[in-house]
Design a protein around this ligand. Structure first.
Ligand code: KOT
Length: 841
């Protein structure tokens, strides 16, 4: 049915076209209208929650208009789009971001104040959208911000989990997980009940030959689940471009529940069917850098991938182009291997449903996909058992086998007789049961594979994907070093610093071109600038100190050195080494005379991060940090010299509070294990220095800011193998300072030592896989160097300013431009009529 309004009636439409507010008065009237009509409240029962709702709805009205226009513009232009497929989008709060990107925060601040609210309090009401675990999900969110800000035609596709990452509570020093039900009131999503896709699972494959003798496969039977689209507008910064994030929610295919079953008395099973369907998008798997091979996870992956591809293909088909033009219209990026079934699904659509020849279809598929690898940790590399795929997706398994067959045949032609090579690169691992190696499938199904920092991209080429470099040549493999959006991670999180920088660079244009930061290096010796710089850092620390006091009761001195490690808890990230270092410092303070104690530099060690619920060692680390805290913080001998704080429920909005308040942050993974890290970039951009190993993006940060401005320590990635070998052959002597730390723990200094035995034996008796002992001495020494450096505040501030000025490279805008040019082959869509009022002030 043609839905377009006929020409003669359009005049009435244009006359009444909604405009969205234009000034403070307009905002206020919009706000009050939402309070009184949308929310059915009044000035007599308008609390901060209601104010948040009305303010969001007012901004949402503005966003929707730009969003519609952007989508229309993209449809008319009919240019190539990129689709970013990610199981995680760690968005955080939307209101502050929308106000800043639209450029109307000041206006809203005035309007809210007129109506009796403080804008900060209103912003605080929002629940984080926490549909991710950590770096991988937050990277996807930064990418969406850059794609919109740079006017790229781009959509994100993900799952609309009913429960995001769990909320962490610390009870008696232990992590307790609480469900994160976040959808009670979410003004930022638009249900599209008319955009649905039926997704099939299980069943069997019917093979036959058609009248022309061509073999065909039909996937039949099984069960069907409905995917319903929910759209989230993604505003660009200082541009009208507003992109779309489409999240799929699962529903029973029959609607609410099966009335036939209900009427025939089978009420329970009709409800069970419905619940089973809704379970698919119910909860985010809370594992970071770990894959556990659960059936429901595979169901999530296929459900999301199949719905997204159906949607993409449906959009392409409207253009009535030939199939071979598909890769000219569509680029799909696989955020790690989680969406790899998309490769198989597109091949299935083209061959089984659209009737293309295998080779022609495969050519389209491989030209469409790009694959980003985010980790080399073996336990994080996805493998799915063949029997499980056979059961859930029987036709897909056949296609995987065919992809593998043709791939291995081509390898055999190029490397005749190399049977070991064939076994090594086979997509099917010949184990018991057989397993599908998803990374290999993603490589074979894509035209480009990239790592996320230089060292990491080199490592995948020389270790886990070495054979594929031999087979495909080195050009298929590339590096795109991660980046972060300066809009959220500087302007939003640290507005005073953003404004101070603008006072020196002349404008806020550095938020669009971060290399402009280099202008502040000219002011590095300007006393007024330096003074304000220091005042901002102190104010950010005082704000965090206040938060620490209200949430934990611990009183910390804002002028002490704030030493921060906030990230997922993982042995490879080595929070255990950090807390062992803290214990060592505590023992030194205790052993010192009152006179010697005066020489210690006061420190606050701040930790935060979630442990995967089933990760026993990570939970032990959290418990030790809290136990050390309760001893150290209450020890009269120590006073202000050392405080240990564990901040509960680290998430995006807390990161915005914590990161600007850091003097030193810790990025201390075993060399070669952290693919990139992205918080390292956020901390430096906010005028903090970092202590780190030669790992991930730390290496490129060093190259950009200069090695005098970073505290590097520890063994190199190239030495890790030999060091591990030495441990396993009894050729390692434990570091003597670490031995003292273990003795203190085992004496019961921090409570029942049995609670921490696992952490000690991992290092002492089980090969110290993460090389804590090997790096411990240089870690301690480097912290002493940091103490000395911090005493010289003038030099310290010089380092901070210089570092910030050289951080331009790490914007996600640079990163997205590299993907666009080197992988997606897409261009920004120019905005013909940028309305001046929208251009940020
Ligand atoms: C792997 C499996 C499941 C869930 C998450 C992962 C994962 C997360 N793999 N890598 N990451 C992190 O990705 C970030 C963004 O590229 C990197 O900065 C970080 O080093 C990875 O650990």
């Amino acid at each position: 049915v043609e839905a377009s309004i006929p020409e003669p009636q359009r005049e009435a439409w244009l006359k009444h076209q909604v405009g969205g507010f234009k000034d403070k008065d307009g905002f206020e009237s919009n706000f009050v209208r939402h309070i009184e009509t949308t929310l059915a409240r009044s000035m007599f029962n308008c609390d901060e929650t209601a104010a948040y709702a009305a303010c969001s709805l007012a901004f949402r009205d503005r966003l929707i208009l730009e969003w519609n226009r952007t989508q229309q513009r993209q449809t008319f232009a009919d240019s190539k789009r990129v689709y970013y497929l990610s199981l995680e989008f760690l968005m955080g709060r939307a209101l502050d971001n929308a106000m800043l990107n639209i450029g109307q925060k000041e206006l809203a601040k005035g309007g809210l104040s007129d109506l009796g609210f403080r804008i900060e309090d209103v912003i605080q009401q929002e629940h984080d959208a926490a549909l991710g675990n950590g770096g991988l999900g937050r990277l996807a969110a930064c990418f969406l911000d850059s794609l919109a800000s740079l006017n790229y035609p781009a959509w994100g596709y993900g799952l609309r989990y009913r429960y995001g990452i769990f909320k962490q509570e610390i009870i008696d020093g232990y992590q307790v997980e609480v469900p994160d039900y976040w959808l009670d009131f979410n003004p930022w999503e638009f249900p599209r009940h008319d955009v649905t896709v039926d997704i099939q699972f299980y069943g069997y494959v019917h093979k036959s030959t058609d009248e022309n003798g061509k073999a065909t496969a039909r996937w039949e039977g099984g069960e069907t689940v409905k995917a319903v689209a929910y759209d989230v507008p993604i505003p660009g910064y200082a541009t009208p471009s507003t992109n779309n994030l489409r999240l799929w929610s699962s529903k029973a295919a029959s609607g609410e529940f099966d009335f036939q079953k209900f009427n025939s008395g089978d009420y329970e099973s009709s409800v069970a069917d419905q619940q089973r369907a809704e379970t698919i998008s119910a909860v985010l798997y809370p594992n970071d850098n770990l894959e556990r091979g659960k059936e429901l996870r595979l169901k999530q992956q296929y459900f999301w991938v199949a719905a997204s591809l159906y949607d993409i293909v449906r959009r392409f088909k409207k253009s009535r182009r030939a199939w071979r033009e598909f890769p000219d219209q569509v680029a799909i990026q696989l955020n790690d291997t989680h969406p790899t079934l998309a490769v198989v699904e597109l091949q299935r659509i083209l061959v089984d449903l659209e009737g293309l020849e295998w080779d022609e279809a495969w050519n389209i598929v491989t030209n469409t996909f790009g694959y980003t690898n985010h980790t080399v940790l073996p336990e994080a590399l996805e493998k799915w058992s063949v029997p499980l795929i056979q059961h859930l997706l029987p036709r897909h398994l056949q296609i995987i086998y065919d992809i593998n067959l043709f791939f291995l045949q081509s390898v055999e032609r190029a490397h005749p007789g190399d049977r070991d090579l064939l076994a090594r690169v086979s997509i099917i691992e010949e184990s018991q049961p057989k397993m599908v190696r998803m990374a290999y499938l993603a490589i074979v199904g894509s035209h480009k594979v990239n790592g996320v920092a230089e060292l990491h991209s080199d490592l995948i080429k020389t270790t886990i994907f070495k054979d594929f470099v031999t087979i495909f040549g080195p050009d298929k493999f590339t590096n795109v070093t991660n980046g972060i959006t300066p809009r959220r991670w500087l302007h939003q999180a640290n507005p005073r610093l953003s404004d101070l920088i603008a006072s020196k660079t002349g404008t806020h244009d550095f938020l669009k071109d971060l290399t402009l930061l280099n202008k502040i290096e000219l002011s590095v010796d300007d006393p007024a600038f330096r003074k304000e710089w220091a005042a901002i850092k102190l104010a950010n620390k005082a704000r965090l100190a206040e938060y620490i006091k209200t949430t934990t009761g611990i009183v910390v001195n804002p002028s002490a050195l704030f030493d921060v490690q906030v990230k997922r808890i993982h042995e490879y990230k080595r929070q255990q080494m950090n807390i062992f270092g803290v214990i060592h410092r505590y023992l030194r303070i205790k052993a010192a005379s009152p006179e010697e104690r005066k020489k210690f530099l006061p420190r606050v060690s701040i930790f935060g991060g979630k442990a995967a619920p089933g990760y026993w060692m990570a939970k032990q680390i959290i418990h030790l940090i809290n136990s050390v805290g309760s001893v150290v913080n209450n020890d009269k001998d120590v006073g202000d010299l050392l405080k240990v704080v564990f901040l509960e429920d680290y998430n995006v909005s807390k990161a915005e509070l914590i990161i600007p308040a850091s003097d030193i942050s810790e990025h201390i993974s075993t060399a070669g294990t952290e693919a990139s890290g992205t918080s390292n970039m956020k901390f430096v951009l906010n005028g903090g220095l970092i202590i780190g190993t030669c790992d991930g993006a730390n290496i490129e940060i060093t190259r950009e800011i200069g090695e005098n401005n970073i505290f590097l320590f520890g063994n190199l990635a190239e030495d890790v193998e030999d060091l591990r070998h030495a441990h396993n052959y009894g050729q390692h002597t434990l570091d003597p300072d670490l031995v003292k730390v273990f003795e203190a723990i085992e004496k019961g200094t921090f409570g029942d030592s049995k609670d921490f035995a696992g952490m000690i034996t991992a290092v002492r008796d089980h090969g110290d896989y993460y090389l804590v002992s090997d790096d411990f001495q240089s870690y301690l020494e480097t912290h002493d160097v940091i103490d000395e450096a911090y005493r010289n505040q003038e030099d310290w501030i010089t380092k901070c300013i210089t570092s910030v000025s050289r951080m331009g490279f790490f914007t996600s805008d640079r990163c997205i431009n590299e993907y666009a040019e080197g992988i997606w082959n897409i261009e920004p869509l120019p905005i013909e009529t940028a309305e001046p009022e929208k251009i940020n002030s």
